[in-house]
Every structure is written in C-alpha cells, then in structure tokens.
Design a protein around this ligand. Sequence first.
Ligand code: EPU
Length: 334
Amino acid sequence: MKEIQRTSMNNYSSLHIGGEADLVIAENENNINEIHSYVQSNGLKMYVLGMGTNSFYSDVIKDTLIVKIEIPGINFKDYGDYVVVTAGAGELWDDVVKYSCGHQYWGTENLSNIPGTIGASPVQNIGAYGVELKDILESVRAYDTSTSSFVELSNIDCHFGYRDSIFKQNKGRYIITSVSLKLSKTPNPILMYKPLDSLLEKNTINLSEVRDLVIKTRTEKLPDYKIYPNTGSFFKNPIITSAQGNVLKEKYNDIPLHEVKDGYKIPAAWLIEHVAEMKGVRVGEIGTWPNQPLVLVNYGNATCENLLSFANLIVGKIEEKTGIRLEREVNYVE
Ligand code: EPU
C-alpha cells in the first residue's frame, strides 16, 4: 500500500484550519482497494479529500485516515451533437472547464474558476450563475465501500439537490474515481443570471466570453484563498416555507425571497448582512468577507474552535431573530 504520512491538515484546507492527521494518496483504483482493506482491518474511518478547498478539520483528528485522491486524466468521446468528457477524480475542476471550453464544448462555462477537483464536484453538486453540475453530469464512477466494488452511478442515481447528493446523504460510502460530463457541441449559453445577462444583447456569443465574464465576476466578489484563506460560501442559502416567508416579509420588507419548488430560497449573505449585522465583521482572526459575507476568512492563525464559535455567533443571531437556522455548506472533519 502507499505510504501513510503524518501531516498537518492545516496545509490541506484552503481555510488553513486543522490539526495533525494520517494521510495517504490514491493515484489509481488499485490504491483505493488497498486503502479500503487497510482501513477496515484497522477499524478506522476514512475522509476522502480532493484539494481541501471545501473542508476544514478539528484541532485534534482521531481514528480517521485522510485519503487524498490524485487520479489523473482527461479525455472525451464524440457522439455527434454532443460529447462526453471524462476526467479522473484528481483533476482540477477548472482544468476540465478550460479543456471543455477550449474544445468548444458548451456546458461547464458558467462554473468557471470554482476551486477544487472534479472528484469533489458531484458531492456538493457545485453551482453558480444559474447552472448546477447536475445539469451536465452524465455519470460518476466510484468505489462503493459497502460492497467493496466499483460502480457506475447515472445522474439520477446521484440524487442531486441544491448543494446535495447521494455522496453527502451517505457520507463515507462512495469514493469517486472519475466523473463524466455530457457537453453540447452546438452553442447553448445560459445567461439568465446577473451579470451574464449583459451578454444577451449580442448577436453571437462565444464560449470564451462567458467564461471570461464568470472569472471576472468571481474574482471581484470572492477573496482569493491563496491570499485570504477561505472555502467559498460557508453556509447554504436556506429554503423556507411560503408561510415562513410571508411572516418574515412583514418584519423585513426588503428581504429577498426567491421562489423555489417548496417555498422560498433566501440569500444567506443577506441574512448575515441585514439580520446578524455581521458583514465585514471580525472577531480575532476570523471574519466575514466585506464584499460577500457568506465567505468566512481566516485572517491569521485561527483555530478550529475560533472558527466554530464565530460561525455559531452568526447562526445564533439569525436564528434568534428569524427562526431560520443556517446550515454549513463546508465539510467539517472531526
Ligand atoms: N447579498 C447581500 N450582501 C452581500 C452580498 C450578497 O445581501 O454583501 C445578497 C444579495 O441579495 C444578492 C444575494 O445575496 O443578490 C446573492 O448573492 P450572490 O449572487 O453572490 O450569490 P450567493 O447566493 O451568495 C451562490 C453560491 C456561490 C456562487 C454564487 C453565484 C451558495 C451557498 N453559494 O452564492 O457559490 O458562486 O451563488 O451564482 O449557493 C460556493 O458554493 O462556495 C460559492 C461561492
């Protein structure tokens, strides 16, 4: 089996938060078989990691082997009007987007510049600017730890929801080894979301314009984790019932309520800014990002405890005033 290293997980979280743990790298499916046998015979838990851009860890991590996936490779198959691009779970998500846009395959462009690996992308069903991974995902290949065998999961099998999937619902069961995307060879721009709607005025829209505008928007709004350690949105946007929405509208008449299937989705950023009044606020070395308070930033050497107590402060204030309990979007490994 590949060598296990004792390492600081601080270096494997873009929030730079976490204590020491045992870590092993998997570069192919055979490595995964071996690692799973080792974990089973030693009574350990496993945490599967891509790049660590959506994870943070407790100050003390016990009985968990961190398995970092570095399975490489990007290729495609042509089916006439569409192609299926398949990438090893260890490839960077944005490298797959760059590859797809470079070949003029439509579908991934709105999801440009999202940090992390493609293997992590189905877990939280990454989404931005009106597109979610589920809209373009063909299938996922994964190791099923409950049967010790490799399986092929179709889009429907993945049970996707808003920042949700079977991989979140059954934590620890699957280890994703590759992801296949179904992409269009004919132009298919999705531009209903601001500021991409500004491109609608044009007669012809090319793929690189959409990608460039997404990259520009994200760069302006979101902090670069290499300078200001963060993991993107820390909380999910909560979904509430229509009845709850109507009560809140009386109290906060400018609250943005976006209609969804079972009620309303509220921007968590709005609640943090206007209800908790914590936009751009810092406590010690943890704070909310001034341009987008849904992002929590580690401004120094904050501990996991510092981060959790800051996050709980936000959750508590919003719950007290609205009854809404924000849920974490980021993975926390204890
Ligand atoms: N808002 C405020 N104050 C702010 C910023 C935003 O009140 O300072 C409110 C506004 O009402 C604004 C709304 O929040 O209209 C939505 O903000 P934004 O467009 O930035 O999107 P978001 O809902 O906060 C989601 C994703 C992001 C994704 C963007 C763009 C989640 C949890 N987050 O954020 O994903 O990039 O949409 O589509 O769904 C991530 O998951 O890490 C992530 C960055």
